[in-house]
Write a protein that binds this ligand. Sequence first.
Ligand SMILES: CC(C)(COP(=O)(O)OP(=O)(O)OC[C@H]1O[C@@H](n2cnc3c(N)ncnc32)[C@H](O)[C@@H]1OP(=O)(O)O)[C@@H](O)C(=O)NCCC(=O)NCCS
Length: 436
Amino acid sequence: MERENQKPTTPSNIQKPRQLVEKTIPNEHEMADSYMEMNLPFKSSPALLEEYIFVDGRIRTGKLLEDLDAMAGAIAYKYIDNGDPDSPPVTIVTASVDRLDLLLPEAVEDYKLYGQVTYVGTSSMEAEIVPEGIKEANNVTKPPKKTPEALGKLGPNTVLATRFTMVAIDSVTKKSAKINPLRTETPAEERLFEFAQANKARKKRASETTLSRHPPTHEERLAIHDIYLQYSQYKGAENDPMTNDEDKKPLPKNFVWMEDTRIDSNFLMQPQDRNIHNNIFGGYLMRRAYELAYADAILYLNSRHANLLAMDEVIFRKPVHVGTLLNLKSEIIYAEGHPHRSFQCRVVAEVIDVEKNTHETSNVFYFTMAATDKETEPRRILPKTYAETMLWLDGKRRRLQGVKSRRLLLDQLGKEDPSYTSSSSPSSFSSSSSSS
Ligand SMILES: CC(C)(COP(=O)(O)OP(=O)(O)OC[C@H]1O[C@@H](n2cnc3c(N)ncnc32)[C@H](O)[C@@H]1OP(=O)(O)O)[C@@H](O)C(=O)NCCC(=O)NCCS
């Protein structure tokens, strides 16, 4: 998302350098200065539900992702607001979104979103946002304010928890703008801050462990060889020079070629989804990417019974301008197949400037999805080429990492996770089944 200071640019504020806010201690802000809540009363407001309802009667996850981004922007803006009407406008852009695990998917109930800034660097802020289901409708009008202690903890009604990194950009110079430092007041705030600081360092390290930087390990090389031995025996892998085409067998029904899961979609970037600098909100891109991934998932499963388990960290490297064409390509890159229920979907967002004839990748999204009923049996994904095998391996790494981090979250909540395998009982499975 990008949100901007709504003040118009005027000659007087262009001239004036932006001042940091002076509050109780000069130039510092407290976490609480950015605290915000947002109600999404799906159960008590039929008109709102109408806007968010999905085809099977549950809540549209894509719209929720868009709202999270909008709220992160509002929190960041609230934090940087210096109350000076003459200060030059500052644009807030979404730099990244941390991995997000959906814990209580899409039930129609009243939601409340809580959030605040938990870390501030020089021009960047981390905003933590936690949407929770509100069982009692009257809690929506008189909600308990979340303390920093409570914000950092997951509860039985937590729908998901994630963090957005927002960066302040000076609207005049288009460079990152220095913002007020954060003052922590309590040990709980210090813990949130330290966690966010460590998270920032971890993200930097994680960006260095992609496959292009870290070649496959010994075990992974064995897995690559295994997958080669599998795909080379099937019809469809005719370009493989090592095996005889006549000996190839038809692909069994529980397998699918990765290339056959590929779909794409094009969208013209419209003014309704932009900020004053003609750039598109990150939340809009997340929603579009997720909705394509969901379409891909149900085509791959031959069933509408799919839901989101997690979205891996997303980095918004480049702004997307109004008037450009957004091409989204989705494919299922990894699935162990039945009895495992989950699978990895990758969506590449490419921005095409038709007049300049340029194509640039703006983001890559990775979603972990799962089949949500016992009758739907995910097929195993088979790569054919070396490039596809690298995507497959990346998906395998992401699955392993995802299983671990979801396990940690669910352990905190004392919950079972039936989504990755079919070993759980039907009743525990149905409690988490949902859809887009
Ligand atoms: C976000 C963006 C401005 C960062 O650009 P950059 O050249 O790395 O800028 P800087 O080096 O000045 O870094 C600015 C701050 O952002 C932080 N940052 C940059 N990329 C980040 C990422 N992926 N995750 C977390 N923080 C990030 C830097 O650490 C730095 O923090 P600090 O000032 O608090 O120390 C740039 O990548 C961009 O414009 N992206 C598109 C944003 C956008 O339009 N989003 C909407 C959807 S497309």
